[in-house]
Design a protein around this ligand. Structure first.
Ligand code: MEV
Length: 303
C-alpha cells in the first residue's frame, strides 16, 4: 500500500547547534524516513507504534493533536512505519511530524493544489516539532519536507546543487540523550560564557558558508576539511563523547575526506563521513558489527 505521507530523515553536514542561534546549516535528506499510512475511520486518530514507552506515546499523541487540530480533525486513522533509526540524530521526530502532516493535509484539504497542501503540511509539522523539541531551529523539518540538500538560515531555505556526486556514510554510535536536553545544556553554558560561544558559533558559520562554496564547486576535499574543522568546534563546546570520537576516527581511518558527529551529538547518536566511494568502507564497518548505511545527497547519479 502506498503511504499517504513520507517524512525523510536528515543529516546535517555542517552547522548543527549554531543554527539554533541564527547561523546557517547545510543538511541533506536521507532515503530512509517515516511513512504514514492512512485509512478512513470514525474519528481522527494516530495509532502509536508498539515500541514506545508511555511518556513517548503521550508526547506523540500531544504533538499529533496539535496538527490534527489545525486540520480540523479529519476522520482518518494514521499508522506509522519507520525505515530510519529512531532517536539517533537523524531527524526521526521531524520525519514523524512531516509524515503525519502530509497525510493530514491530504485528508483535510483534498481539493487544494499540491503546493498549498505542502504549505499546510509545513505548518502542521512545525507545530508537532515544537511539541517534541521546544524551540527547534526548523532545519530538520525543512529538510524532511523538501527532501533535498539545502542551506538553512533563520527559517529561510535554499536548495543546493553539486556538480559531483556527494556521497556519505552514516554510522551509529549508540544510544543518546534526547536532542532537547543536549540543546538545553549548551544553552546553559552559552548563557554563562556568551563571549567564547559567540566566537565558536561565528567560526562554525564561516565554515558553513565556505562549505556551501565547496559544494557548489564540487570541491569534496575542501568540504571534508571543513567538516573536520566543524567537528573540532563542536568538540570545543563539549558536544562530543568517547563513542562519537571513536566512530569519527574509524571513518577517517577508512579514508573519509571528512567526518563529524551529526545532529545534536552528546553521549551517542550518529556520525557522518564524506567519501568518494562509501560502499567499501560500509562493508568493512558492517563486518565489524557497526550499524551503518551509505547514500548520495546531491550531484549526478550513475545509472
Ligand atoms: C538537531 O537535529 C539539530 C540541532 O541544531 C537542533 C535544532 O536545529 O533545532 C542540534
Amino acid at each position: 500500500m502506498k503511504a499517504a505521507g513520507f517524512g525523510a530523515g536528515k543529516v546535517i553536514l555542517l552547522g548543527e547547534h549554531a543554527v539554533v542561534y541564527g547561523y546557517p546549516a547545510i543538511a541533506g535528506a536521507l532515503p530512509l524516513g517515516v511513512y504514514a499510512h492512512m485509512e478512513a475511520a470514525e474519528r481522527c486518530a494516530l495509532q502509536t507504534p508498539g515500541n514506545l514507552d508511555e511518556k513517548q506515546r503521550a508526547l506523540l499523541q500531544q504533538a499529533f493533536g496539535r496538527a490534527a487540530e489545525f486540520a480540523a480533525w479529519p476522520k482518518v486513522l494514521l499508522r506509522l512505519e519507520a525505515s530510519l533509526p529512531m532517536g539517533a540524530g537523524l531527524g526521526s521526530s521531524a520525519a514523524v511530524s512531516v509524515a503525519c502532516a502530509k497525510a493530514l493535509a491530504l485528508a483535510a484539504f483534498p481539493h487544494e493544489t499540491r503546493e498549498a497542501q505542502l504549505e499546510k503540511a509545513a505548518e502542521m509539522a512545525w507545530r508537532m516539532e515544537q511539541v517534541f523539541h521546544g524551540s527547534p531551529s526548523g532545519v530538520d523539518n525543512a529538510t524532511s519536507l523538501r527532501e533535498t540538500l539545502l542551506w538553512f538560515c533563520q527559517g529561510k531555505v535554499e536548495t543546493l546543487s553539486c556538480p559531483t556526486p556527494l556521497k556519505i556514510l552514516i554510522a551509529m554510535a549508540g544510544q543518546r540523550s534526547p536532542t532537547q536536553s543536549t540543546v538545553a545544556q549548551l544553552r546553559e553554558r552559552q548563557k554563562k560564557w556568551p563571549g567564547h560561544h559567540k566566537r565558536l558559533f561565528e567560526e562554525i558559520g564561516r565554515c558553513t558558508e565556505e562549505a556551501r562554496g565547496a559544494i557548489e564547486a564540487g570541491d569534496l576535499a575542501l568540504l571534508g576539511e571543513l567538516m573536520n574543522v566543524n567537528q573540532g568546534l563542536l568538540a570545543a563546546m563539549q558536544l562530543d563523547s568517547e563513542k562519537l570520537i571513536q566512530k569519527i576516527h574509524r571513518l577517517r581511518g577508512l579514508g573519509a575526506l571528512g567526518a563529524k558527529l551529526t545532529g545534536a551529538g552528546g553521549d551517542g547518536g550518529a556520525v557522518v563521513g564524506l567519501f568518494e566511494a562509501p560502499e567499501g568502507p560500509m562493508e568493512t564497518l558492517r563486518a565489524e558489527g557497526v550499524e551503518c548505511f551509505a547514500c548520495q545527497l546531491a550531484g549526478p547519479r550513475s545509472l
